[in-house]
Write a protein that binds this ligand. Structure first.
Ligand code: EPU
Length: 419
């Protein structure tokens, strides 16, 4: 196991290129098996979750060729195989294999997904969707068996706005007989990205990005070429890091519209933000004012940026209240930040953060975004080296992290963790 070492106190300066969106990629790779000829994905991030999903597709018989950020997936000879254990357990997004395999083969046996466990993450809405489409779903010793003789379009109202359930239903419904309507659908940009891929494959999906999505089922889907949208969470993390270190960073290859909520909050605190067509420049300032932040579904402030934002708010004067209305308990980073001198208490679904001077410490990342929060805190610490274990979580969502930060002038490296 490796650990990440961060010697703080240096403002980040320069340009960082943002890669393709992880949360799109982990849906687009499984979506490719719905096609009957080659799918080419461009701007694919170099992340462990993407690598695991491509191995799973290969286990199913798909032929995959990857070079740099391009992946060619030929799913024409893929076959249905049960996957109750093994690789599917390594990541949360393996639930997209359920919708994709159901659409392609009419069946799927998938072990309950693993991944970042910052709180219980149910999949009841995914199952409700599959059942509405005519599938039978049973839980057999911790793996989901999903089966349908024929998928039929249906009207599905989601009880909670769920990114995963919305995408999973789109995947299966693309191949159902007749029309499906998803009401109370999630509106995240990643949902539009998946719909764009599916439509390029021949699906008929309208309304992605709004709360009502209409899907006219088709008999077959074909290959296509698709470029993945930039990762708005990775971009937001670098924006926060630039502000926290009082740096000056151009964050390039982004869609500024996807970053409106974080942009607005940074400006409210006193960060200078310049928005261009495909990039955002963050210029930090010496003094920030406290703000209240509510993490909500898109277009609200992203829950995935809530933990990194906690670290920045330790640098603001006064008391900030940060509440998460998507995950009520996503605060595993708080005790670790407290070891670094942060003054934070958790009350219900809120963190109450008082401005404080941070110090170096040995801390542990327990999930991906908690890890990002600790890296930012480490960069802020004026002297000393912060040691972050649990780097494997951070690697799930930030490719080239050490290289990118080094290029921005940070003193960051990896070491073997002997403990
Ligand atoms: N929920 C249910 N039932 C369901 C599904 C969700 O109650 O069947 C609840 C969840 O417990 C949560 C809320 O609905 O309170 C929203 O969950 P959602 O389904 O939208 O989350 P997800 O699809 O499992 C994706 C991202 C997460 C991100 C959330 C919210 C992927 C692979 N994951 O998860 O990303 O936090 O949407 O935007 O796309 C991350 O990148 O660090 C990460 C965890």
């Amino acid at each position: 196991m490796e650990k990440l070492m961060v010697r703080g106190g240096r403002p980040l300066r320069g340009t960082v290129q943002i890669s393709g969106a992880k949360n799109s990629a982990v849906a687009l790779v499984p979506a490719a098996i719905l096609a009957e000829s080659e799918v080419i994905l461009d701007n694919l991030p170099q992340l462990s979750d993407v690598a695991v999903l491509s191995e799973i597709l290969q286990d199913l018989g798909a032929v995959i060729d990857r070079s740099d950020d391009v992946m060619r997936i030929d799913p024409s000879r893929a076959v249905s195989k049960p996957m109750p254990n093994g690789k599917v357990k390594l990541l949360r997004a393996s639930y997209y294999l359920m919708g994709a395999m159901l659409g392609r083969f009419g069946e799927a046996v998938i072990g309950m997904p693993g991944g970042c466990n910052f709180e219980p993450r149910p999949i009841d809405q995914h199952i409700k969707g599959f059942e509405a489409l005519g599938a039978t779903v049973t839980n057999d010793h911790g793996s989901m068996r999903i089966h349908a003789k024929e998928l039929r379009g249906a009207k599905i109202y989601l009880d909670v706005v769920s990114v995963g359930a919305t995408i999973n239903i789109m995947l299966a419904a693309s191949k159902a007989k007749g029309s499906t309507i998803i009401e109370n659908a999630a509106k995240e940009p990643e949902i539009i990205d998946v719909a764009t891929l599916l439509n390029a494959m021949g699906a008929k999906i309208k309304g992605a990005g709004t709360e009502t999505i209409r899907i006219e089922g088709v008999d077959s889907l074909r290959g296509c070429r698709h470029s993945i949208i930039p990762d708005r969470i990775q971009a937001g993390t670098y924006m926060i890091a630039a502000a926290a270190t009082r740096g000056d960073v151009l964050i390039d290859n982004v869609i500024p519209k996807h970053l409106e909520a974080i942009t607005a909050k940074l400006e409210e605190m006193g960060v200078t933000v310049h928005e261009m067509d495909e990039s955002i420049r963050i210029v930090g300032n010496d003094h920030y004012t406290s703000v209240d932040v509510k993490a909500l579904v898109y277009p609200g402030f992203a829950t995935d940026l809530q933990s990194p934002m906690t670290s920045l708010l330790t640098q603001a004067k006064g008391v900030s209240i940060l509440s998460d209305y998507v995950y009520s308990n996503r605060f595993k980073h708080v005790p670790e930040l407290a070891r670094m001198g942060a003054d934070i208490r958790v009350e219900g679904r809120s963190a109450v953060i008082e401005g404080a001077k941070l110090n170096a410490a040995k801390v542990r990342a327990t999930d991906l975004r908690a890890g990002a929060a600790l890296v930012i805190a480490g960069l802020v610490v004026p002297e000393g080296v912060t040691e972050i274990t649990g780097v494997e979580y951070i690697d799930r969502g930030y490719d080239n992290l050490v290289e990118n930060l080094t290029r921005l002038g940070a003193d960051v490296w990896r070491e073997q963790d002997s403990e």
